[in-house]
Design a protein around this ligand. Sequence first.
Ligand SMILES: Nc1nc2c([nH]c(=O)n2[C@H]2C[C@H](O)[C@@H](COP(=O)(O)OP(=O)(O)OP(=O)(O)O)O2)c(=O)[nH]1
Length: 135
Amino acid sequence: MDASDMLLVVAAALIDDSGRVLLQQRPPGKPMAGLWEFPGGKIEHGESPESALARELHEELGLTLSVKDLSPIAFASEPLAGRHLLLLLYVARTWQGEPVAHHATELRWVTPVEMRGMPMPPADVPLVAALVGMV
Ligand SMILES: Nc1nc2c([nH]c(=O)n2[C@H]2C[C@H](O)[C@@H](COP(=O)(O)OP(=O)(O)OP(=O)(O)O)O2)c(=O)[nH]1
């Protein structure tokens, strides 16, 4: 597989003071509609993973984060729709603003244990397991 076949995606586990993580529900009409995901999206040409994630969190939730607020914790590697998804998961505990669902159907703060019972994309399953051990 050529590197250009890779779908490079960054996502964030935003963790609040009580150890809950913010998930968003994918809207109707998109692939995997209705599933719950970590906010984030594709890295665009010329961006670092961290600057892409800060941009996505601003576009999707209206939050402001500095790249130093983002710590890498896990990644997933999965075939997805004829390509190969590399999903890089970061955690953040500080940001500015209150999240607003600009793209998602709904936002929900959940504990990692509650997250296990929510329908998520296949790539997220091992990421949730990694979060359970660290939040
Ligand atoms: N943001 C996010 N994307 C995920 C997760 N798990 C997972 O498989 N993905 C996939 C779904 C998409 O194929 C891709 C994220 O790209 P995206 O959000 O920019 O793409 P999209 O399909 O929603 O929409 P578009 O930009 O192509 O219109 O990664 C996750 O937890 N968070």
